[in-house]
Design a protein around this ligand. Structure first.
Ligand code: FMN
Length: 199
């Protein structure tokens, strides 16, 4: 099992930020509903454009028919490890919000807001000894059908929730990747005053 705190930030930050990571080796153990709800509760308080809260989470705990339904829409490479998640969560966002006249208008921030909610969800999971692993690898049309999602919502990610377990059953590529990865230095992603990232 990899050490979850192997990352070294260049500036002092709370350990939760660099400590959170996304393992694929999961135990498949049961997750108490009360624990899972704390992750959604953290997501609930994320900021959003005009406080629109466009995120919608649908969860399926392992051992339920819904879990198998969720699993089938994942890309094969994700199915191979996410079948040992304690829960699978679909995160979709509402693409429109109510305009001044009550008519729906496009919400250009829906994906950004759902991303903020996902980050809070994942950090809360980490803080309580669990992991949340986002997956963009899934069949959108199959997800739409499997979850009977009406028009006006866009899937963002599926999330595998679990505790880290034995990596021996993973494919070789996944076993080799089973550790916290690094990040670009701030020198490549932060500028003062001008958007001067080229060269
Ligand atoms: C939007 C999104 C989509 C992702 N899709 C996948 C995926 O399909 N399969 C997978 O194994 N990991 C996926 N990941 C996990 C990322 O690879 C991972 O978050 C990234 O490498 C940073 O590693 P960390 O989460 O361990 O810090 C995804 C993450 C995000 C945020």
């Amino acid at each position: 099992m990899s050490a979850p705190h192997a990352r070294t930030p260049d500036h002092p930050i709370d350990p939760q930020f660099a400590g959170r990571w996304s393992p694929r080796a999961l135990t498949g153990e049961e997750i108490p509903l009360a624990t899972l709800m704390t992750f959604f509760e953290a997501a609930r308080w994320a900021p959003s454009s005009m406080n629109g809260q466009p995120w919608r989470f649908v969860f399926a705990r392992r051992g339920t028919p819904a879990f198998d339904r969720f699993l089938t829409v994942l890309a094969p490479g994700n199915q191979a490890w996410a079948d040992r998640a304690s829960a699978l969560v679909a995160l979709a966002s509402s693409t429109h919000r109510n305009g001044r006249d009550g008519k729906p208008v496009p919400n250009g921030a829906h994906a950004f807001d759902a991303g903020a909610a996902w980050a809070s969800f994942a950090l809360q999971a980490h803080l309580t000894g669990w992991h949340a692993h986002a997956m963009g690898g899934f069949d959108h049309a199959a997800a739409q059908a499997a979850l009977a999602v009406p028009e006006g919502y866009q899937f963002q990610v599926f999330i595998a929730v679990g505790r880290q377990g034995d990596a021996s059953h993973l494919a070789e590529w996944a076993r080799n990747a089973e550790r916290p990865n690094d990040r670009l230095p701030l020198a490549l992603t932060v500028r003062e005053g001008t958007f001067d990232f080229e060269g």
